[in-house]
Design a binder for this molecule. Structure first.
Ligand code: 4AD
Ligand code: MG
Length: 436
């Protein structure tokens, strides 16, 4: 038996029942192992699941049996045998081995049960093989797939923004500065300003790219590097923007609940929770949100931004996301258009995810007129020189437009009901960790 080639069954097909009583070859890694007398039970995993293999000395020969029973957790192995239905085996099937080959024994795997969080983060490159992280990464893939599918159906174009930029999008305090051949440059905080450029040619666009925030916060929802989905739409006002967000979240939640209930359950998420996410969502103004949060005991005054505690109070009993609109312009970014019918506030909305997960989307109608943009740059002490190209969009064929930014890991954390955002991304970058 050779480890290369395509002549292998996937464990997932065995577990689906389609290979019962057939002879198969599988290829994978030892997940669990137990030997007693002349029989060795190896639970083998591949990318699609785990299956138990019963390896008898009489059936495979002495030397193969010895090497199989000496396999470590995570040793690489090939097994050939007949698939039997067996209620006692995990997943309900067992392979009765006729031949087994240890491809590589390797060294004893360092991760055993009950390791500390820090140890598991130090060995993240190995821990990513765990069933839990494998399932979460599969769900993450599907969630991103359905987001792209939604925008494809809506006729949007996906474009690639630059990651190295010359100016801030979301304010200077969380910028990562880099040396760019002796010039100051930054890792992008948001691709929004470039997405706005793309609307002038392609109208409805999105980018899916990493954003970087030098966040000094050590919370369950902050990363220094996260994946950011940023749609931007020509001729959309803020109401249309919010309706699009609602439909997008409904789409991805319904798709996950309908198409991947087993994956959700394996992660500990009830599919019904996602099934409940149907448009329209509740809308409240910032002013109402502050009153509600203060009444429920939050320590917040008007004019202050909503924090994790306030967002938790606002959403802990909600089944669906909630829009909070019309924030004071002083606490929001320079590019948000002032609300003509509610001066002092902007035409924006944050989407707060239910069950206390908090903000997953920030979006707004953009300032599209030259004079208003110049005024707001000034009020924000930003140098128009740094934004010349962005200002140009208000010189040549300006038009109303809106957009939003969705944090992929925040979305995954909520949809899968994870305790911590770090498990929504393979290699979390946080204030005290860039290894591995
Ligand atoms: O609210 P933010 O800062 O808005 C923007 O960057 C806009 N330019 C987006 C736009 O309109 N195109 O970030 C948008 C979203 C947040 O709602 C949150 O989901 C996520 O990005 N986010 C983070 N996710 C993980 N870790 C962090 N440190 C994050 N900061 C923001
Ligand atoms: Mg925000």
């Amino acid at each position: 038996m050779d480890a290369l080639g395509t002549d292998f069954a996937k464990i997932g097909s065995i577990l689906s029942g389609s290979l019962t009583n057939s002879k198969v070859r599988i290829r994978g890694w030892v997940h669990r192992s137990r030997t007693s007398g002349g029989i060795c039970f190896l639970v083998v995993r591949d990318s699609t699941g785990v299956v138990q293999c019963a390896i008898k000395k009489d059936a495979v020969g002495e030397s193969s049996f010895i090497s199989a029973s000496q396999a470590y957790i995570e040793s690489t192995i090939l097994v050939e045998g007949v698939v039997k239905q067996d209620a006692r085996a995990p997943g309900g099937y067992e392979i009765s081995a006729s031949s087994v080959k240890l491809v590589a024994q390797g060294e004893p795997f360092p991760i055993a049960k009950d390791q500390s969080v820090e140890f598991l983060l130090d060995t993240r490159h190995l821990w990513l093989r765990s069933q839990r992280l494998t399932n979460i990464m599969k769900a993450r893939h599907k969630i991103i797939f359905y987001l792209r599918e939604f925008f494809e159906k809506e006729g949007f174009w996906e474009l690639a923004p630059p990651i190295i930029t010359g100016a801030a999008c979301e304010g200077g305090s969380t910028l990562f500065e880099i040396s760019y051949f002796g010039e100051k440059a930054y890792l992008t905080q948001s691709s929004q300003l470039y997405a706005e450029v793309f609307t002038t040619a392609l109208e409805n666009v999105y980018v899916l790219a990493p954003s970087f925030r030098a966040e000094p916060s050590r919370t369950v929802r902050h990363l220094c590097e996260y994946w950011h989905l940023e749609p931007e739409m020509a001729f959309y006002d803020q109401k249309m923007n919010m309706r699009l967000q609602e439909r997008m979240l409904e789409y991805v939640c319904q798709k996950m609940a309908d198409s991947h209930p087993d994956l959700l359950l394996a992660i500990g998420r009830q599919p019904e929770k996602l099934k409940a996410v149907r448009a329209p969502f509740k809308r409240m103004t910032y002013e109402e949100a502050v009153e509600i949060a203060a009444r429920s005991g939050a320590n917040i005054k008007k004019g202050q931004d909503l924090g994790a505690d306030e967002e938790a109070l606002l959403t802990k009993d909600e089944e669906k996301p909630v829009f909070v609109t019309n924030f004071p312009k002083e606490i929001k970014a320079f590019y948000m258009r002032e609300d003509p019918s509610n001066p002092g506030t902007v035409l924006n909305a944050d989407v707060l995810a239910p069950e206390a997960h908090g903000e997953i989307i920030g979006g707004s109608e953009r300032i599209w007129e030259y004079d208003e943009l110049m005024r707001r740059l000034k009020e924000n002490n930003l140098n128009p020189k740094d934004y010349e190209w962005y200002i140009d969009l208000r010189r040549y064929g300006p038009f109303p437009h809106s957009g939003f930014g969705l944090g992929i890991e925040r979305l995954v954390k909520w949809m899968l009901n994870l305790d911590h955002i770090r498990d929504a991304i393979p290699f979390p970058r946080t204030i005290n960790r860039v290894y591995p």
